[in-house]
Structures are given as C-alpha cells and as structure tokens.
Write a protein that binds this ligand. Structure first.
Ligand SMILES: [Zn+2]
Length: 92
C-alpha cells in the first residue's frame, strides 16, 4: 500500500537501499504551506501542503506531504531551520 510506495520511491531517490539509512539522507529544504493541489507526495498521494526535502548526498529533491514527513523521524531542518520548525510545530 502507500507504505510500500513511500519506501520504494524513497529508496529510489536515495543513495542507500536501506530504508533507515535512506531516511537519514534527507533534510528539509523548505515548507510550502499553501495549496499545491497539482503536487504528488513521494508515496503518490495527492497532497495539499508540500514540504521540499533535499538529499544531502546526491542532491535529489522530493516532495512530501504532512503524513509522510512524519515518517522521517528526527529530520533536520538545515535550511530555513527556524521557519520550518515553526510550521512543523504549528501543524503537529
Ligand atoms: Zn505521502
């Protein structure tokens, strides 16, 4: 189901083929909390609110919705960190 697609697609975009290591490769690049109905999450669900994540190793960029963002435990907000953390807190 969606979990499979999430992990499958994330591993495709990551360097590591291990889901735990793959998740650690990503940091939040920016929040985009306005409506973005043309966007699709990496799990292939349509998403209203989009976070842009960037891979620290290969520079890939992916889009995730709020639900899938939570699958990245301890994801760092290296870029725009205060801004990102504020919105993560507000939308938790
Ligand atoms: Zn998703």
């Amino acid at each position: 189901m969606s979990k499979f697609k999430f992990e499958h697609n994330l591993k495709k975009a990551s360097n590591s083929n291990n889901i735990k290591d793959a998740k650690s490769e990503w940091v939040i690049l920016s929040d985009e909390l306005r409506d973005s109905s043309d966007r699709t999450c990496i799990c292939q669900h349509k998403i209203k609110y989009t976070w842009h994540l960037v891979n620290k190793i290969n520079g890939n960029i992916i889009y995730v919705g709020r639900v899938c963002l939570k699958k990245f435990q301890n994801i760092s907000t290296d870029y725009n960190s205060l801004f990102s953390m504020y919105f993560l807190f507000v939308n938790a």
